[in-house]
Design a protein around this ligand. Structure first.
Ligand SMILES: Nc1nc2c(ncn2[C@@H]2O[C@H](COP(=O)(O)OP(=O)(O)OP(=O)(O)O)[C@@H](O)[C@H]2O)c(=O)[nH]1
Length: 648
């Protein structure tokens, strides 16, 4: 991560920096012994800022009682979050307008606010950090752009115009300004006291693949949420004509975090609603309400290039008067170029219609045997007749009669004698209706195919999102989900649960001695042993590196057998030679076991206890099992006396 030299830039005094209360706040928070009351007092001196912070604190907490004071907001949301929020809101106030005439300050904040709200909503689905912290990250993640617009008013607008999908803004900034908005954002956020984990993730939000963050790690997760939040904000603010092209990409990103199409659509609609609410509070302009995401997924408008040619339009002409029949047929075939079938009465027409399946039926009203109205009703009674376009030929333009015709299912009427211009116009409408129908049917087919493909992709993505690619074991995220589930079940049922953390001893030595690819194969082998040895009902995962977790819901008397299981696993691995080509590698593992205890508030405490036990096993010489029980660390009884530290 490359951070801009903020001290040098400060000389220009043009860098956006909090003024007034927010500046005092920033300085107060830098003192180690600052009290909540002092911070509260500072914020209270600015009533508008106080109002927003309180509103914000009330927005994300599910509580029946509203917060009404800053002190309460701080104790509920946390000092850090309140400080970050106050900073963000105060910057919006100060920089809703600025010196750069061609920089759209309102659009900048509108986009930032969208990212903030997207992050807040994402925090609810992923729980990677608190909604307030992620809200602030979203709000401030492009503050470097605002800085560059303030420092270089003329040049920066040109760069914004010049950017394209092939030449990103940051590349132009580096080329012409020798820094870029990500470097500046990072520098400013560090100066504002943002935690490093957020700053690092924000720095790579446009190029997540360059971060090198370990898959599944917290910075990795935050970074991918930031990336998605930006895509959502770009989508909402992009031109309407370009919006459809972004939908598939967004759905795939949603799939990556486990949101199916329906959930994701609701999620986007919620963000848009919140965006409008918050924009009003902060006096930021937004675009008109976006159509709901569900609506955007529905069939697209028909495409003119799908137009059917005139000859392919099959018309059934029904007329009992031979002169009129010849005349109308002449107009339809020779002048308008359609393919025409004729019948002399309704009954004949019905039989012919079933045979030729016309697109349009033009029928006289008064006819012997079956009149035009009866024919229309009969056609509408069939499934294929629903989509027909029916034009009634009538000699009188009586309003009651016309209504009767429409009630029978007629789409339009033409009065006799036929006026060619009017007839042509009516047929054009009928033809257009036909085209609409065709493209709608095509779009529906396409959409069905797309939905099927998406379902497969989502399933694949879900697999990738929850699986460790090297060992094909469930990954940390999946393991943490299983752990939470088992924890909740244990809470409800009162049953015992336990976990074991398994760590390969001196794994670094294996990499150093045999190379990384042999190290990888050892990890795969150990994973396969864990998979085979795990008992029915146990869940397991690779936590990362050379560490694995097994979670177990115990019966009431089962702790002993869980410890024996750990001991058996340790013993088995220590006895087994792992053969990779010509190389024989012998390894040992250390295991920390912990039992869920009444004093533990959540699953994190359980993992911490297992971690302490694992640490004790390592300290005691490795290749052994330790148990954490009521804050004591106890060596588990060993079935073998194999010497420690085999891999050394
Ligand atoms: N081959 C390979 N190595 C990995 C992978 N992930 C982490 N490592 C390596 O695992 C090693 C872990 O080393 P340490 O944390 O020092 O632990 P250790 O050598 O096992 O020593 P103790 O745990 O104290 O017994 C590091 O060298 C990492 O580079 C991986 O996916 N493949």
């Amino acid at each position: 991560m490359k951070i801009a030299d903020i001290n040098q830039l400060k000389i220009s005094t043009l860098l956006p920096s909090p003024k007034g209360v927010a500046l005092a706040l920033l300085e107060a928070c830098r003192q180690e012994d600052v009290s909540i009351n002092e911070i509260a007092k500072l914020i209270q001196t600015d009533p508008a800022l106080s109002g927003r912070v309180i509103q914000r604190a009330n927005a994300t907490k599910q509580t029946t009682r509203s917060i009404s004071s800053i002190a309460e907001a701080i104790s509920r949301v946390g000092l850090n979050s309140v400080k970050q929020l106050a900073m963000g809101f105060s910057l919006i106030d100060q920089y809703s307008k600025g010196p750069n005439k061609s920089f759209d300050y309102q659009e900048f904040w509108s986009h930032s606010l969208l990212m903030a709200i997207a992050m807040q909503e994402l925090s609810k689905t992923t729980r990677v950090s608190s909604p307030d912290d992620l809200f602030s990250c979203g709000l401030m993640m492009r503050i470097g752009c605002l800085a560059l617009a303030s420092i270089y008013p003329d040049q920066y607008s040109e760069l914004i115009q010049k950017q394209s999908p092939d030449i990103p803004l940051s590349q132009l900034e580096q080329q012409y300004l020798q820094t870029d908005h990500n470097e500046l954002t990072a520098a400013m956020l560090i100066n504002f006291g943002f935690p490093t984990i957020f700053v690092e993730s924000i720095y790579y939000h446009e190029t997540p693949d360059e971060s090198g963050f370990f898959e599944g790690s917290r910075p990795y997760q935050i970074l991918h949420l930031l990336y998605l939040a930006k895509q959502i904000a770009d989508f909402a603010l992009t031109k309407e004509s370009e919006r459809n092209q972004r939908i598939a990409g967004l759905l795939l990103l949603g799939g990556k975090i486990g949101l199916d199409t329906e959930t994701f659509s609701n999620f986007i609609d919620r963000i848009m609603q919140e965006w409008h609410t918050w924009a009003k509070i902060l006096k930021i302009t937004t675009k008109d309400q976006l159509p709901s995401f569900h609506k955007l997924l529905s069939p697209a408008a028909p495409r003119p290039e799908n137009a059917t040619n005139a000859a392919s339009v099959r018309i059934l002409l029904v007329e009992d008067d031979p002169t009129n029949l010849i005349l109308s047929k002449e107009i339809l075939t020779n002048i308008l170029g359609h393919t025409v079938f004729t019948a002399n009465d309704g009954q004949q027409a019905l039989a012919l219609a079933m045979e030729v399946l016309p697109h349009i039926v033009i029928t006289d009203w008064m006819m012997p045997i079956m009149n035009g109205l009866e024919l229309t009703k009969s056609l509408r009674a069939t499934e294929w007749g629903q989509n027909l376009y029916v034009i009634m030929l009538t000699s009188v333009e009586d309003e009651d009669e016309v209504i009767k015709a429409f009630n029978a299912g007629v789409d339009d009427y033409v009065t006799k004698p036929i006026n060619i211009r009017a007839f042509r116009a009516r047929l054009r409408a009928a033809w257009h209706y036909r085209q609409l129908q065709e493209s709608w049917e095509q779009d529906r087919e396409q959409l069905k195919r797309f939905a099927a493909e998406l379902a497969v992709t989502n399933r694949k993505l879900e697999y990738f999102a929850l699986t460790d690619m090297l060992t094909e074991l469930p990954n940390r995220r999946s393991g943490m989900d299983s752990l939470s589930e088992t924890w909740s079940v244990a809470n409800r049922s009162g049953q015992l649960m336990a976990v074991m953390l398994i760590d390969i001893d001196h794994f670094k030595t294996i990499n150093d001695n045999y190379g990384h690819s042999i190290g990888d194969k050892v990890l795969k082998e150990v994973s396969s042993i864990i998979r085979k040895t795990a008992r029915k009902g146990d869940t397991f995962c690779r936590m990362g590196g050379e560490e694995f977790l097994i979670v177990c819901q115990l019966g009431n008397t089962d702790l002993k057998s869980f410890i024996f299981f750990a001991e058996r696993l340790r013993h088995q691995i220590s006895q087994q030679q792992i053969k990779i080509s010509e190389i024989h590698v012998q390894i040992t593992i250390s295991i920390g076991v912990a039992l869920k205890e009444a004093s533990m508030k959540n699953e994190e405490h359980l993992i911490n206890a297992a971690d302490k036990a694992l640490y004790a096993a390592k300290n005691a010489g490795r290749n052994r099992v330790y148990l954490s029980l009521k804050n004591r660390l106890i060596a588990a009884p060993s079935e073998s006396n194999s010497p420690p530290d085999k891999a050394q």
